[in-house]
Design a protein around this ligand. Structure first.
Ligand code: AHR
Length: 623
């Protein structure tokens, strides 16, 4: 018997409780969510032709550039060479084309010789045959934007584009871009439809961005600077991605951040998916795994100003400097930023001393903004013990905890927050994922997370937000796994871990209820875990039950303390299950493990749930 106490309505569950954490890792932004299909579109990588194959006479130039912050451009010289003069680009890992879809090709150009010069652009399949083509005339010697639409005749996962100067002449070209004509919500400079839709469907309460370690950078110079990520996309100076190498052995020398998906787009995405934005900013320390580089405590002014200016960018009136930038980008209304995180996985005194400076200024200037501090690189160990009391002293509002652990750790930690201090800062579980032996996104890992999350839910008075990590990974270019959503150039697949997050986020409820067996919380007895909440607005009770073993159980779930008793009511059930806990969803079989729905009828003030092995249940019942 599991007994739910309906009379004693417990703590409020924050609307932000279950969210997502976005980082440009595993080609999650450029080459992923950001719909741009051309790599190194501005020729600004350290090697300007990285990603490009030039042929004929194409040279990099900088004199009177089109974009001052991205000064490189290329000069095409066609003097009747047998090869022709042009460029090819094969995107991030090839370009994906969908048959009959249209693609928006654009570039900036000026004619150096002739009044008119003709270009041809071709979409190529893997065998180098043109599957779409268009011609464009470049006219005049001033920089101008040229655009055309090209329809793909075939579907191709590993395509490329070829851009050729057709007339004998000299032309300067910059920012060569190709987007699917249809982006999510039809936005310019937009997002890949299937990936953004998957985020929307998840129903996240919060979006933490832009990372992770990329916030810190391998060096301070390469940290994420949000001011470089706003304004016209063409003039955002790009940055090497901290994940261009992983653990000193896995190199992706072509991994840069174009910042085409920048802070404005993150705020917009938050708004579009109904999530509270949570930006993370550098605290003046480079990634501590990589370097000891730090800004002197008394030289942090510009870093702190970045935080203050970001609040103005998000919330300020259009008459303010940064509010004006937001308005000019198309969003005069404020984004309603409510919180900001300072530092990612930092540790030691160096972090505390710097965070203190930020807290002082942000509290003075923006007492309405919640501040998120961190508890170091791992949720246990020395730094964690050291930093939590410091966070209390600094009176930050939330403390970000990270845990990448094996499934057993997650089961054991279902009780983790039962004993946390209720008087200090709240918990933000900002990065977590169960890492099974082969780091697979399998059902076992997903159930471990679901079991653990019953503990987050039960302790919603102290745990205010939680975000699985990382979010996206390209199957042909990843640095880290497991990840919530995998994709290639054409399609994507949601993992069982995604469905666990979705089942929680869509059934978050409004208040905690106690659910007990023999007066104890259900935290692993017979390998079962459970939590219960009230959805106040819909007068529903929501029960979550996780079975991490392969043994079936019949459970009687009883509601105690009801004002009005009930009988024969519909109980709506969603269940994620497979007999094999090793099972996974793949691009080839994306629906191997997806939640299924069915209903049962209640008895008097109770219902019977047949719990199969390796399963996660969400039950909803109107009272
Ligand atoms: O999520 C991947 C990385 O894990 C994040 O960048 C970092 O915060 C953590 O170490």
């Amino acid at each position: 018997n599991f007994v739910i106490d309906v009379k004693n309505v417990g703590a409020e569950i924050q609307p932000e409780m279950y969210g997502v954490f976005f980082e440009d890792i595993n080609f999650g932004a450029d080459g992923g969510l950001y719909a741009e299909l051309i790599k190194n579109r501005s020729f600004e990588f350290e090697h300007p032709f990285l990603g490009w194959t030039p042929f004929g006479d194409v040279k990099v130039q900088q004199e009177s550039p089109c974009f001052d912050k991205n000064p490189n451009y290329v000069r095409f010289n066609e003097k009747g060479l047998r090869t022709g003069t042009g460029l090819e680009n094969k995107g991030f890992t090839g370009i994906g084309f969908h048959q009959y879809d249209e693609y928006l090709f654009s570039f900036y150009a000026r004619s150096i010789s002739n009044d008119e010069n003709k270009f041809k652009v071709e979409l190529l399949n893997a065998g180098n045959a043109a599957i779409g083509t268009s011609e464009i005339l470049v006219q005049g010697n001033a920089w101008k934007k040229y655009t055309c639409t090209i329809k793909a005749k075939e579907t191709e996962a590993k395509g490329k584009i070829r851009f050729i100067l057709e007339t004998a002449g000299t032309v300067d070209v910059d920012h060569i871009s190709l987007f699917p004509k249809e982006t999510w919500k039809g936005r310019k400079n937009g997002l890949r439809k299937d990936l953004a839709q998957a985020l929307y469907d998840l129903h996240p309460g919060v979006l933490r961005f832009p990372g992770g370690c990329i916030v810190e950078g391998n060096t301070l110079k390469t940290r994420y600077q949000w001011k470089n990520s706003v304004g016209p996309a063409e003039n955002r100076p790009l940055n090497i991605n901290r994940w261009f190498y992983t653990f000193k052995y896995h190199f992706f020398p072509d991994y840069y951040q174009s910042y085409g998906l920048g802070f404005f787009e993150y705020f917009l995405l938050s708004e579009d998916i109904g999530a509270e934005p949570l930006p993370v900013l550098s605290c003046g320390l480079a990634c501590q795994y990589e370097s000891k580089e730090c800004v002197a405590v008394d030289s942090l002014d510009s870093y702190i100003q970045d935080a203050v200016d970001l609040i103005e960018f998000a919330n300020g009136k259009v008459s303010t400097k940064w509010g004006k930038v937001r308005a000019e980008m198309g969003h005069p209304e404020p984004f309603n930023l409510k919180m900001i995180a300072i530092g990612n996985e930092q540790w030691g005194d160096v972090y505390v001393e710097r965070l203190e400076k930020f807290v002082k200024v942000i509290r003075e200037k923006h007492p309405e903004i919640k501040i998120v501090g961190g508890s170091g690189p791992s949720s246990d160990g020395k730094q964690f013990e050291y930093l939590w009391p410091k966070m209390k002293e600094l009176k930050v509002d939330l403390v970000d905890e990270h845990y990448y652990k094996n499934p057993e750790w997650f089961y054991k930690n279902a009780k983790r927050y039962d004993t946390y201090d209720r008087k200090g800062p709240k918990v933000f579980a900002g990065e977590y994922a169960a890492h099974d032996t082969d780091k697979a996104n399998n059902l076992r890992a997903a159930l471990a997370e679901a079991a653990f999350m019953t503990g987050l839910e039960r302790n919603a008075d102290v745990v205010h937000m939680a975000t699985y990590a990382p979010l996206f990974a390209h199957v042909d270019a990843w640095q880290w796994r497991p990840d919530m959503i995998w994709f290639d150039n054409l399609t994507s697949v949601c993992t069982p871990n995604y469905y666990v997050q979705k089942m929680y986020a869509k059934n978050a409820g409004t208040n905690v209820l106690s659910i007990k067996s023999k007066d104890e919380n259900i935290t692993g007895q017979d390998s079962l875990y459970a939590s219960a909440v009230l959805d106040h607005e819909n007068s529903e009770i929501i029960v979550k039950v996780v079975n991490i073993s392969s043994v079936n159980h019949e459970i009687n779930i009883k509601l105690d303390g009801l004002k009005k008793s009930f009988e024969d009511k519909e109980v709506k059930i969603t269940c994620l299950h497979s007999n094999n806990p090793d099972s996974q969803n793949t691009l080839a079989a994306p629906l191997a493990i997806v939640p299924g729905n069915y209903s049962i009828s209640s008895e008097k003030n109770s219902f019977k749930l047949s719990v199969t092995g390796n399963a996660f249940y969400v039950c909803r019942l109107k009272i």
